[in-house]
Design a protein around this ligand. Structure first.
Ligand SMILES: [Zn+2]
Length: 414
């Protein structure tokens, strides 16, 4: 049995994980009686146990009662101090729910700055536990537009704002092409930015090699974002046939973030309030739109728009709730799981590193009691999470599996 000698920054332990069932995350069929060999933080082998190469130095992990799958990726996540909980604790709570990558932004605090960038770096260097692998810095936004962030109007100022984010170390650029539910003066129905402005933003970001994600709920903002060449559309609450057709043709990714309009989230707003009415009105059309987008072949990824209201959500629970919500909205379990793993990795072009259990990828592995292919809501129950590996280290262990925990000095409790 593994002792607690290996620290988070020490040499990589090797693991041979023997699992009841392995979901590769690629869309290929699950493998029964599987094994995963983890060396140097990467997956060396994933497949039938009988074919696993021998490694006398590997720690054997008995996951014979467990299902293993790729760590989840939340492609649209707030990086915020959440109530009394600092952002770093929130990111750790995501990890404990099986989310090994969070694509994070902070668009909700006036004066929000690029503090996510040093936080990401500290996590990547193993100084902090967490899961913010890609961060935006500040949201680039128009005067009086959606989100808080770096206000920039006109193509040249927008290009400058994008360059500032690149210089600060942002992994991608986020903006808004329409208002949001919380915006005054028309909410989601009001466009943000002209075609010229959005086209300049996307062109500038792409010329630096950065992906662009755009909040867009309605026309004409949706169409402008797609026309500009946005890589990812968030929310799309009133996504229409013309947007769906063009997103399918251009392979524009869709992250619906259904959690925002879910019954549970609506209930966090006071009855009779304007925002509650807006959310309720959008819930049905958004789900109908998602089903139509899936049928049309629009690539789907997963994002929770978490962490959610402090009074309505447990820390870290938003992404796994979102996955269940996608299934309840009509996606099959394998399609939803693929969206939340390899799909989201593809949307951000990190699918060569993470997103599936394949040889050569970073060992981000979720071991679960229960089978999310049969019932994706098992992911919503944090008590079913047995082990979470991130880059080949055990970053969370259920008390029954605590002996495998890599941290040594830190409790594995939630
Ligand atoms: Zn959003």
């Amino acid at each position: 049995m593994y002792s607690s000698s290996a620290s988070q920054t020490g040499p990589f332990p090797r693991y041979l994980i023997r699992a009841r069932r392995l979901i590769p995350g690629t869309g290929a069929a699950a493998i029964e009686s599987a094994a995963l060999l983890v060396q140097d933080g990467r997956i060396r082998f994933a497949g039938p146990a009988a074919q696993a190469p021998a490694d006398p130095h590997a720690i054997e992990v008995d996951a014979s009662a467990l299902t293993v799958m790729p760590g989840l990726i939340d492609g649209h996540s707030g990086l915020v101090n959440w109530g009394a909980l600092p952002a770093v604790s929130l990111l750790r709570a995501y990890l404990q729910h099986g989310v090994t990558t969070a694509v994070a932004f902070d668009g909700h605090r006036p004066g929000a700055n690029a503090e996510g960038i040093p936080l990401r770096d500290a996590i990547e260097q193993g100084k902090l536990r967490g899961c913010a692998r890609l961060v935006v810095g500040k949201v680039v936004k128009c005067t009086h537009g959606h989100n808080e962030g770096r206000i920039a109007d006109g193509p040249w100022e927008i290009r400058r704002a994008v360059r500032e984010m690149v210089q600060a170390g942002a992994d991608f650029i986020k903006t808004a092409a329409t208002g949001g539910f919380w915006c005054k003066n028309g909410g989601i129905h009001r466009p943000n930015y002209t075609q010229e402005e959005l086209s300049a933003l996307v062109d500038e970001a792409h010329s630096w090699g950065l992906r662009v994600g755009v909040n867009a709920h309605t026309q004409p903002g949706l169409g402008r974002a797609i026309e500009a060449g946005a890589d990812i559309i968030y929310h799309g609450c009133l996504i229409d046939p013309s947007a769906i057709e063009r997103m399918a043709a251009r392979s524009t990714w869709f992250i619906p973030a259904l959690r925002v309009t879910s019954t549970r989230n609506v209930a966090t707003w006071p009855e009779g309030s304007e925002i509650r009415a807006r959310l309720e009105a959008a819930a049905g059309p958004q789900r109908t739109g998602l089903r139509a987008a899936v049928r049309a072949g629009v690539p789907i990824a997963m994002g929770s728009a978490g962490p959610g209201a402090v009074n309505g959500w447990l820390p870290g629970a938003a992404p796994v709730f979102e996955l269940g919500e996608m299934v309840e909205s009509g996606l099959t379990s394998p399609v939803a799981i693929r969206a939340a793993t390899l799909g989201t990795a593809g949307a951000y072009r990190i699918d060569h590193r993470v997103g599936s259990l394949e040889a050569g990828k970073e060992a981000d592995i979720l071991c679960l009691r229960g089978d999310p292919l049969d019932d994706p809501t098992v992911l919503r129950d944090q008590r079913r999470v047995a082990l979470v590996f991130q880059k080949g280290r055990v970053e969370y262990a259920h008390p029954e599996y605590r002996d495998y925990f890599s941290g040594g000095d830190e409790s594995s409790r939630v």
